[in-house]
Ligand binder design. Sequence first.
Ligand code: 3HC
Length: 327
Amino acid sequence: MSDSTTQQTALHSLEEKFQEKIDADIRIEPKDWMPEAYRKTLIRQIGQHAHSEIVGMLPEGNWITRAPSLKRKAILLAKVQDEAGHGLYLYSAAETLGVDRDTMVEELHSGKAKYSSIFNYPTISWADIGAIGWLVDGAAILNQIPICRCSYGPYARAMMRICKEESFHQRQGFEILLTLSRGSEAQRAMAQDSINRWYWPAVMMFGPSDTDSTHSAQSMAWKIKRFSNDELRQRFVDMIAEQIKVLGLTVPDPDLKWNEARGHYDFGPIDWDEFWNVVKGNGPCNKQRLEARVKAWEDGEWVRDAAVAYAEKKAKRKGEDKATQAA
Ligand code: 3HC
């Protein structure tokens, strides 16, 4: 047997063992052998997920100074800080796969790495904070709970904490809308207008339909994804169709109708042109979101430099102390 045939046989056997572990629900950890394509898929997905959390702080951060009460301000501030924390866990999880954070950030800033389409829509009223919590975080939870069982250990563990916090986010969003829906006519109208603008982008958040999803089949075989984009989207539509009744408001879909035979709600056509337009960088706020991230990165350079200088100083002192003790 030639050297290259021997290498190919060895690789094949490693791949088989890897898939056996996945099939047996044994977690893959950073030091375990993994196919290069599995590693790359995770870096792509976790990186995109981390960027989404960080960019997701911007539309909500827009309302911190204008929240209608001190209590609302404190809650929103805590929520936006949670999103920053989620981004950090996720960047750390991606780093265990051998990519460094500066590379990921550079890819976001250059437009090479994607982040969730949803954060390219503007927050023009206070009710939007409610709609983001209820619809966007609600969609995020449905998508992310299955990731707690993802085959890659560090990603799955990061998701457990994130999902607990997202659950609080969703409730606070619903509570904002509930309060508005029981308020004045103007407040009810504000809540309805916000749902009208956020509903379809939230439905699209789950990604392209299964027939157009390039990564789903492989990611499901590797148990990175446990459910397809369309399966999760259907769960979302079913959940929201019931919860909206409590608000006494409506979703902007005249075709939404319970289908007894399917045991699910039927829903209207999705505007995929709008989705791809936003994903390709032409949504209402793509440019401003990226500019804000780049500015924050540049403005924060002195903080990163100071942290590195402090760590070096501390390490040097520790070294000197050890040398003194040894003498
Ligand atoms: N926005 C932007 N791009 C999207 C997208 C979306 N909503 N949905 C899919 N895409 C992109 C994919 O990245 C992929 O592009 P690429 O090949 O250039 O990387 C392409 O569209 C094809 O889609 P696939 O279905 O084949 O891609 P995936 O298998 O990766 O599925 C996903 C997409 C369902 C978003 C999956 O990556 C996933 O579950 N990711 C983890 C969760 C996540 O990132 N959520 C983002 C929101 S986080 C959030 O909302 C924060 C919360 O605090 C509010």
